[in-house]
Write a protein that binds this ligand. Structure first.
Ligand SMILES: NC(=O)c1ccc[n+]([C@@H]2O[C@H](COP(=O)([O-])OP(=O)(O)OC[C@H]3O[C@@H](n4cnc5c(N)ncnc54)[C@H](OP(=O)(O)O)[C@@H]3O)[C@@H](O)[C@H]2O)c1
Length: 306
């Protein structure tokens, strides 16, 4: 699959999508490829990723290829960078879509869209909040994947993005990553003060969050108590994106919330289809040259990080 022929014309843009085997990521691949962009669909599992590429190739999108990527594995990210360098010498668009929900649902809750039919938006959100449990291992994995995994992929692919005339990064965020979910005002202000915030300080804050989580002391320290690790990791990713945008004015680094989407992550409870959610991200990926950087987009429109 990795050997498939991709266009090598100098004007062909190249995109990498993480977690492209299903859900919103799969749709982002389809929509970018439909726009004539050469897409490297990545997935941690070779079989799931390969099947996804086959489905897109069968739609006539022959310029989609697979490359394995486990975002928490530095050697996997390095192998992807090597592949891109050899094949294209650059990367134009990186969509950091892969993430985990960081929660568990009881076995009785299968992904089942039908049961949400009679519920409105708020009832669906309430259902999620009521039924999600957050074991410590899931919380740890959420921070490891959603913040550190995304960061490591960016670090590995940065030189290739810089080799593009205008490299773009879309970090798939969430309204759960907004600063309003951080109750501790001091921490909230620090995360919003991107002129002074550093990656080292972000790491310290995440360590402090995990310690408070393990001690059962989230609420007294002003951390969110539901979907807590997901919210904190996405908030940290937003802050990191803003640091990166300042450091690299030659790139466009933005965060984008797709909306509440029916996928495995939401247990099928969302209100948008993956196609609609992906459109909100692709719009940001394809903004005209010289567009905003260090910005947050909700459902395709620029919005505030707060
Ligand atoms: N659904 C929503 O309502 C919603 C709302 C706001 C934001 N988002 C964001 O949208 C993005 C896509 O979510 P989704 O709803 O499409 O979720 P999804 O259907 O659960 O898909 C998640 C994707 O990420 C991959 N992934 C997870 N951990 C990975 C790792 N360590 N390395 C590589 N790939 C990994 C999964 O691969 P496997 O198949 O191998 O597990 C899968 O391809 C996420 O960033 C999510 O936070 C979703």
């Amino acid at each position: 699959m990795e050997g498939a022929i991709l266009p090598s014309l100098p004007n062909t843009r190249v995109a990498v999508v993480t977690g492209g085997n299903k859900g919103i990521g799969f749709e982002v691949c389809r929509q970018l490829a439909s726009g004539g962009i050469a897409v490297v669909l990545t997935a941690r599992d070779e079989m799931r990723g390969g099947e996804a590429v086959e489905r897109l190739n069968a739609l006539g999108l022959s310029h989609v290829v697979f490359h394995q990527l486990e975002i928490t594995d530095a050697s996997s990210a390095a192998a992807l960078a090597g592949f891109l360098k050899a094949r294209f010498g650059k990367l134009d668009i990186l969509v950091n879509n892969a993430a985990v929900g960081g929660v568990e649902y009881g076995q009785e809750f299968d992904t089942n869209e039908e049961k949400f039919g009679g519920m409105d938006f708020h009832q669906r959100v309430e259902w999620m909040l009521k039924n999600a449990r957050e074991p410590i291992d899931s919380a740890k994995n959420s921070v490891k994947t959603n913040y550190y995994g995304t960061k490591h992929v960016i670090e590995a692919l940065l030189p290739l993005l810089q080799a593009s005339s205008e490299g773009r990064i879309v970090n798939v965020s969430s309204n759960y990553g907004l600063l309003r979910h951080i109750g501790n005002e001091e921490v909230r202000q620090e995360l919003n003060d991107v002129d002074n915030l550093t990656e080292e300080r972000l790491a310290e804050l995440l360590d402090k969050f995990m310690k408070d989580f393990e001690a059962g002391a989230l609420e007294p320290h002003g951390w969110p108590t539901k979907f807590s690790a997901y919210k904190v990791a996405k908030t940290a990713m937003n802050a990191y994106s803003r640091i990166l945008a300042r450091r690299h004015p030659e790139l466009r680094v933005n965060c984008a919330h797709p909306g509440f989407v029916k996928t495995d992550m939401s247990m099928g409870s969302g209100v948008l289809t993956p196609e609609e959610g992906a459109r909100n991200l692709v719009k940001v990926a394809l903004l005209p040259d010289g567009g905003p950087t260090g910005a947050y987009f909700a459902m395709g429109e620029e919005a505030l990080f707060v």
